[in-house]
Design a binder for this molecule. Structure first.
Ligand code: MG
Length: 343
């Protein structure tokens, strides 16, 4: 019998209301019929997927992760501890309620179908970011819109509209959190006061593609960076919100650039969000793009499409769902409190 390629199938049985369980046997059968030797592991809680990927990843050709963005993040953090040429390839079966990342590779929502894409998939070497040593796969952000990473186009427009409305009633900007920052990137320096920042490796964030811009390449070793300046007055705040609503990012309030290595020094602690989850509180931040660090197994047609998208706009057709709505409520509430000067 010839030596079979080995899959480690790590799944979070509780992600997305545990629906993966119904497809489990079909998924395993599909892998076996495609001549893989399969090991399955149901994750035991937070941190387990990372631990297993770190300890066992090297013994496998492929790790298939199933769960939300958090499970994928753990697997990536585990796999990144392995030398590049020994790293297993990664396949992802989205099972969480929010899977922003899955949109990058247009992974089907139907899980057996997603597994099939992995089996027929080709390796796509994808850039991975590190944030003070911790890895992220599509967005690191801080400030006013830091939760936007797992939301959708219409919902984001709604929230901006509501923020604009709330801001109309504001008397002062004094309570909006801003940070004085020195931002060094690839030999350049910016010093300014910011209310929001987003460092992404994604075709769309919050389903909002102009945040990441056109000409996005997911494996060129470069992030798209957007930094929003602190407005001087309420009229400027309105302008910023309007520019975002209209997806017009060519204005005096927003810095946009591409960079591979970014160092940020702030005047106080900054709360960061990594891939939609809390990423830590820090004054100094170093963000590095690890070019083509992990091979994702992706349908060949999608790889072709990604290459075409590098020159064109990315088609994004996500729909609003309830969990996204929750995130929006939180962001608007946070903004309202800031406007009113509450914590
Ligand atoms: Mg890039």
């Amino acid at each position: 019998m010839k030596e079979l390629e080995r899959i480690l199938f790590l799944y979070n049985a509780h992600a997305g209301k545990g629906k993966i369980k119904m497809d489990l046997s079909d998924i395993v059968e599909l892998f076996v019929n495609a001549d893989y030797e399969v090991t399955i592991h149901s994750t035991k809680g937070r941190g387990d997927a990372k631990e297993v990927a770190t300890a066992k990843g090297i013994d496998y050709d492929i790790i298939v992760a199933s769960g939300g963005d958090g499970t994928l993040s753990e697997v990536i953090n585990g796999v990144m501890t392995i030398e590049r040429d020994k790293r297993p390839k990664i396949g992802f079966i989205p099972a969480g309620t929010t899977n922003d990342f899955a949109m990058n590779f247009k992974i089907p929502k139907e899980k057996v179908n997603a597994a099939r894409q992995i089996v027929i998939g080709k390796p796509y070497p994808y850039d991975i970011g590190s944030f003070n040593g911790k890895y992220f796969h599509y967005v690191a952000s801080f400030g006013l819109f830091a939760g936007v990473s797992y939301t959708t186009p219409q919902a984001f427009k709604n929230i901006l509209g509501r923020m604009a409305y709330v801001a109309e009633g504001a008397k002062s900007l004094a309570y909006i959190q801003s940070y004085n920052m020195r931002v060094e990137f690839d030999g350049n320096v910016i010093e300014d006061e910011f209310i929001n920042g987003m460092i992404t490796n994604a075709n769309s964030v919050g389903g909002f593609k102009s945040i990441t811009g056109k000409n996005v390449t997911l494996n060129d070793g470069l992030f798209e960076v957007m930094l929003i300046k602190m407005p001087n007055n309420l009229i400027e705040l309105q302008s910023i919100l309007n520019c975002l609503i209209l997806q017009d990012l060519q204005n005096n309030y927003i810095y946009k650039f591409k960079a591979s290595h970014i160092k940020i020094k702030a005047d106080k602690n900054v709360d960061w969000t990594l891939d939609g989850e809390f990423g830590g509180e820090c004054i100094e931040t170093e963000i590095i793009n690890h070019k083509q660090a992990i091979d994702f197994l992706v349908n060949e047609n999608i790889i072709t499409e990604l290459k075409e998208n590098e020159e064109n706009d990315f088609e994004d057709n996500t729909l609003l769902n309830e969990s996204n709505q929750d995130v929006f409520e939180k962001i608007v509430k946070k903004f309202e409190r800031a406007i009113r000067g509450e914590k």
